[in-house]
Structures are given as structure tokens and as C-alpha cells.
Design a protein around this ligand. Structure first.
Ligand code: RP5
Length: 162
């Protein structure tokens, strides 16, 4: 199994969650993505986490919107670190998702990212950093990513009127 498991509550979350996959691709970290809903497929949620534990998956990214209990429920079934991405919802624009994911009661942890694309991309980055803690090639690529990002800022740091 790929080292990073990307789970989401609905196929409709994929346009946001694919930003995590894109970040992982750019760092040459393998990933697998799957739809697993906390309320529509609770049995699949449990069996997916049991399988991930058995397979030795080191990190899970979970995106959900609205009453976004997926990351917390996944975390309840595993000791694998879970990074939660609040997906923007139609009515409340993801503030509901953010508050649902971030307010985990003490004792079961979910690392919560920002709402939407930036949060999903950073979840991918954080997952790569977790892999980088035991894979020096991945750690090197994270450093290279940071250097390239810095150089891009430095190359365009002088502003002028159009
Ligand atoms: C959540 O409900 C999903 O994570 C998704 O963000 C939201 C809406 O799902 P769909 O109705 O689009 O399937 O469970």
C-alpha cells in the first residue's frame, strides 16, 4: 500500500483533496485516495483503518465537509497520525467543517489544516514531512521544495506600478 492514504467523505471532495495528491506527486511520495463516508459507509471506515494499521501506513489525510466527523472517526480507530482538511461546504463555506474537525475533545488527536485548497496542499506537505522523518530522500525533496519556493519569492520581490 502507498505510504499516504488520502480519504474523503464524498467524491465531491476530490477537487479540493486532489491538491494534497498533487503536492505528494511533486515530492515523489506515493499516495492512494479513497471515498469513505463516516455516516454513509461506517463499516467501510472501520475496515479501512484496520487494513491501514495492518499494512503499516504511516500517515492518513482525511477531508470532509459540513458535519465533518470523518477525520475524528478515523483517528478513533487508529494510532496512525490523521491530518484533517476542512472541505468548503455550500451553506457555510467550510467554517462548519473547520470547527467540526478542529474541536476534537482531549484524548483523540486530529491535526487540522486550513479550509480548502491551501489546507489540502499543506496536508500533503505535512504528510511528506512525516515520511521524511524516516526517509532521507523525501526529506531532501521537502528541503528542495522550500528552496525553490524561497527563490521564487526572491526573484519577484521588487514591486512597481504597472
Ligand atoms: C460530507 O458531506 C462530505 O465530506 C462532503 O463534503 C459533504 C457533501 O457530500 P455530498 O452530498 O456532495 O456527497 O460527508
Amino acid at each position: 500500500m502507498a505510504p499516504v492514504l488520502i480519504l474523503m467523505g464524498s467524491q465531491s471532495d476530490w477537487p479540493v483533496m486532489q491538491k494534497a495528491a498533487e503536492m505528494l506527486e511533486s515530492l515523489n511520495v506515493k499516495w492512494q485516495a479513497k471515498v469513505v463516508s463516516a455516516h454513509r459507509t461506517p463499516d467501510l471506515l472501520k475496515s479501512t483503518m484496520e487494513q491501514a494499521e495492518q499494512d503499516g501506513v504511516p500517515v492518513v489525510i482525511a477531508g470532509a465537509g459540513g458535519a465533518a466527523h470523518l477525520p475524528g472517526m478515523l483517528a478513533a480507530y487508529t494510532a496512525i497520525p490523521v491530518f484533517g482538511v476542512p472541505v468548503p461546504s455550500k451553506q457555510l463555506k467550510g467554517l462548519d467543517s473547520l470547527l467540526s474537525i478542529v474541536q476534537m475533545p482531549k484524548g483523540v488527536a486530529v491535526g487540522t489544516l486550513a479550509i480548502g485548497d491551501a489546507g489540502a496542499a499543506n496536508a500533503g506537505l505535512l504528510a511528506a514531512q512525516v515520511i521524511g522523518s524516516f526517509d532521507s530522500d523525501v526529506r531532501k525533496r521537502v528541503h528542495e521544495f522550500r528552496t525553490a519556493q524561497k527563490e521564487k519569492v526572491m526573484a519577484n520581490s521588487d514591486l512597481e506600478l504597472p
